[in-house]
Design a binder for this molecule. Structure first.
Ligand SMILES: NC(=O)c1ccc[n+]([C@@H]2O[C@H](COP(=O)([O-])OP(=O)(O)OC[C@H]3O[C@@H](n4cnc5c(N)ncnc54)[C@H](OP(=O)(O)O)[C@@H]3O)[C@@H](O)[C@H]2O)c1
Length: 327
């Protein structure tokens, strides 16, 4: 039998930790060593992640009882990761952090395989990209890479689900306040802007975030302005050229039907990023849409893809779920 990689998850009672567990428990080359939670130490994992009933007998341990493993996934809130990093990095050769704390840190490789595949293969420190950042970067990367748009004029609006805020309770996530919301919560100054600019090599991007009635998923809509006119065919070719070998990027643009453009519910639970576009010829504007599941391609799935690359496994291992329809 082939050797399994021993993985532990710090902060496994959270939403991204739970999603890592859901996926890694079915990964043929992974053995879960430990999962930590300070609030639920000693409790069975299914107490917090009921979807995992009868699938695992794992119990949460405290971060203070963590033992060495091959890979440590850290799913702590931002700043908490940074705080504990000097202690945690001794616990595994490969550390994969999902918080924003290391996304601009030169010791870490940014976890998006589509942009950093070669570096990920040899990295011992990997920082998962932000969920909104993932959708924005993957949608717009081909335009920036090929210098096709006016760099400072990109305007992005992201519609974001409630799970993107994690499982920590707040007044804003309380059901009477959150249910039915179409809430503009970060019209400017979103914390993902820095990593988006860094990855796209641009000084600024105009990004606004709106919380909507959805548990999982992000739909980002970007307006980019072309330096020179392009046709539909040009843009198809641009995406095809950039992403032709990418297992998790799908270009969605149909003339008819209900699902003509990317839609978050179709990628729920999957590691896909669906990207679509439409040209406004009058204004030289391209509207780019990208849909992901924030907990999968925007978090756990993305870093499992990176993990697969790092250990030489097929990149799609453990990430084959095709989604649900209808759902
Ligand atoms: N949610 C998303 O869509 C998403 C996407 C990409 C990246 N991220 C990033 O991933 C990280 C985790 O996000 P999440 O949504 O999974 O958050 P979450 O649901 O709030 O979970 C956070 C976890 O951290 C633990 N924790 C909190 N404070 C701690 C402390 N002081 N010491 C030790 N453990 C502590 C909590 O566990 P206990 O209280 O049980 O110990 C919980 O297990 C965040 O940095 C977030 O920004 C989230």
């Amino acid at each position: 039998m082939k050797k399994k990689i021993k993985c532990s998850i710090v902060g496994a009672s959270g939403y991204t930790g739970g999603e890592l567990l859901r996926l890694l428990l079915f990964h043929p080359r992974v053995e879960i060593s430990q999962i930590t939670s300070e609030t639920y130490t000693g409790k069975a994992v299914s107490f917090i992640h009921p979807n995992l009933r009868k699938i695992t007998d794992l119990k949460f341990t405290s971060i203070n009882d963590l033992k060495p493993s091959d890979v440590l996934f850290i799913t702590l809130p931002h700043y908490r990761s940074q705080e504990k990093f000097s202690q945690l990095k001794k616990m595994a050769q490969v550390v994969i952090d999902l918080s924003q704390d290391f996304r601009l840190d030169p010791r870490f490789v940014y976890g998006l395989a589509e942009l950093h595949r070669a570096e990920i293969k040899t990295a011992n420190y990997i920082a998962g990209a932000g969920c909104n950042a993932t959708a924005v970067i993957l949608g717009l990367y081909p335009f920036y890479k090929n210098n096709l748009i006016i760099p400072e004029q990109t305007v992005v609006e992201a519609k974001i689900s409630s799970s993107a805020a994690g499982r920590q309770l707040s007044l804003g996530s309380h059901h009477p306040e959150r249910s039915g919301a179409v809430r503009s919560y970060k019209p400017t100054g979103h914390r993902h802007v820095a990593e988006i600019c860094h990855q796209l090599g641009v000084k600024n991007i105009h990004f606004s975030a709106t919380a909507i009635e959805m548990v999982r998923g992000i739909l980002m809509t970007a307006h980019v302005f072309l330096k020179n006119p392009l046709t539909d065919k040009d843009i198809w070719n641009l995406y095809r050229e950039t992403y032709k070998h990418e297992p998790f990027i799908r270009i969605i643009k149909q003339k008819t039907g209900v699902y003509r453009y990317p839609e978050p519910k179709l990628v729920r639970g999957t590691n896909y990023c669906d990207i679509g576009f439409e040209i406004d010829k009058e204004t030289n504007r391209v509207v780019v849409m990208a849909a992901i599941d924030n907990l999968v391609k925007g978090a756990a799935g993305q870093v499992i893809q990176a993990f697969n690359l790092r250990f030489g496994f097929n990149e799609t291992t453990g990430l084959e779920f095709p989604g649900l329809h209808p759902c």
